[in-house]
Ligand binder design. Structure first.
Ligand code: GDP
Ligand code: MG
Length: 454
């Protein structure tokens, strides 16, 4: 949730990320606060510079709101309510006071606005976020509140936050995976993977300030003559009715094939909005003929968009059109990968798998891999893990001569984690033997990162 209240008497603004129940605040912290104002002194957001005691893990709930972001480089927690560049930023003389609950989650923070003579901050634009309080914040539980839906009700339908499922359907090789990677790789957002096999739909999540798009990458609808093929048709057919928007991806450089027609038929049966996505516009037509009309005729389509997934052309328009067809609604998934515990566990499992595989059973299955750090850095995800083994002898095997084995484990695991996440990672692996867990600061480690085209 997200709401703001204002006490005009004390000129205090309180920004809430959770319900605050009397007595639930167990810790407080302070930080320098800066207001974001537009050209007419309207408040449009704020930021707080966090000290080192507050980490991203304390912000899980806060970051669920699309307007809230955390910038680890400068440790800034920013709330940009309208996704606008502020005309003016004003650092407040009074420090912001932040409240944390028992689970060390940020509940909200309090800002003290300067007296009107110094700064007349206007609050009209944030009206839709304002809730009224008629008693002090500590007694919030007793307070009559605006219903939750109204707390972050947008002013108009048009700029409302939207979210929903987007099915990408199309025969093999038309560029579905390339498109998904291009869409997700360009933004520093999340991919929640279903990495076990490519035969089940892979999901990627794109969270923008305006919307959350959850992609269901159907595995390509194959010729159903063989068993695997029918399974895939099945998967795709199942993905379509669940979707809020269906994108039918085709290769515009070649004429529609029998399989295109089949998929178009399946797509047409759904009542969800259908977008015809003409991919590979960068590539000349293979037979010198134009094919647009032929694909158009497989419709009707609600919209057609020409793109090049490879050259990343037309993607903004595509996202805009998809968003326009999504229902109004709040995020379906947390807006930040860091909160996705399953992803981390899975990544650790992929490392463990490589340890067992590459050491050829010399290491017992009890080997445990822990994720120590999982952090967004400049366009790359930094992941540090520790491989815990039981004895020094096992540690030596995992590390290998001059670190060769650890390097192999690292490269292979990194490749698989990147595939699962659909993005580049920097993997930092450490090996520790349990026996000297505490007094071994020099455990050998492997560092690996290759820039990968996404
Ligand atoms: P999928 O089977 O539908 O997931 O297709 P892929 O994403 O694996 O792409 C199949 C092939 O088409 C790959 O070699 C891609 O590089 C290529 N491809 C994808 N999109 C484009 C594009 O926009 N232009 C060109 N020229 N090639 C593309
Ligand atoms: Mg693919």
């Amino acid at each position: 949730m997200f709401a703001i209240s204002f006490d005009p008497e004390s000129r205090t603004l309180y920004w809430y990320f959770t319900e605050i129940i009397a007595g639930s605040t167990t810790a407080e912290d302070e930080g320098t606060a800066t207001l974001y104002l537009d050209a007419s002194q309207q408040l449009i957001g704020a930021q707080i510079a966090l000290d080192y005691d507050t980490t991203e893990d304390n912000l899980t709930g806060a970051l669920e709101h699309p307007a809230v972001s955390f910038h680890p480089e400068n440790r800034i927690l920013a709330i940009n309510l309208f996704n606008e560049t502020p005309a003016e930023t004003i650092e407040l003389a009074e420090l912001a006071v932040m409240d944390f609950d028992e689970a060390e989650q940020l509940q909200g923070f309090e800002l003290q606005l300067p007296p009107v003579e110094q700064l007349d901050v206007q609050l009209e634009r944030i009206t839709s976020f304002l809730i009224t309080l008629d008693s002090p914040a500590e007694d919030l539980e007793d307070v009559e509140r605006t219903p939750e839906t109204q707390m972050f009700a947008p002013d108009t339908e048009e700029n409302a936050f939207r979210s929903g499922f987007v099915a990408l359907v199309g025969k093999p090789n038309v560029g579905k995976s390339t498109l998904l990677n291009a869409l997700l790789g360009r933004k520093i957002t999340i991919v929640s993977p279903k990495p076990h096999t490519t035969r089940i739909p892979v999901r990627g999540i794109l969270t923008t300030p305006e919307a959350q798009l959850v992609f269901v990458d159907t595995p390509g609808i194959h010729d159903p003559r063989n068993k695997l093929g029918s399974f895939m048709v099945d998967q795709a057919q199942r993905a379509i009715p669940d979707a809020d928007v269906v994108c039918f991806i085709v290769d515009i450089s070649a004429p529609p094939s029998r399989l295109d027609k089949r998929i178009a038929t399946i797509t047409r049966r759904s009542r969800t909005p259908r977008i015809l996505v003409l991919n590979k516009t960068d590539q000349p037509s293979r037979d010198g003929q134009p094919h647009l009309e032929a694909y158009r005729e497989l419709g009707p389509w609600d919209m057609e968009i020409a793109i090049s997934a490879l050259k990343e052309e037309g993607l903004d328009t595509l996202v805009e059109e998809i968003v326009r067809h999504l229902p109004v609604g709040t995020s379906l998934y947390p807006g930040d990968q860091v909160t996705d515990q399953n992803t981390r566990t899975h990544a650790a499992e992929l490392v463990r798998e490589q340890v067992l595989h590459l050491t050829e059973q010399e290491i017992p299955h009890s080997v445990a891999v822990e994720v120590d750090e999982w952090e967004e850095r400049e366009r790359v995800l930094y992941v540090r893990m520790t491989i815990n083994v039981e004895r020094e002898s096992q540690k030596a095997i995992v590390i290998g001569a001059k670190g060769a084995m650890l390097k192999r484990i690292g490269s292979a695991a990194r490749k698989r984690i990147e595939e699962a996440l659909g993005r580049s990672i920097y993997l930092d692996l450490w090996v520790k033997a349990r026996t000297n867990w505490r007094d071994d600061p020099t455990s050998l480690h492997w560092l690996g990162y290759t820039k990968r085209k996404t």
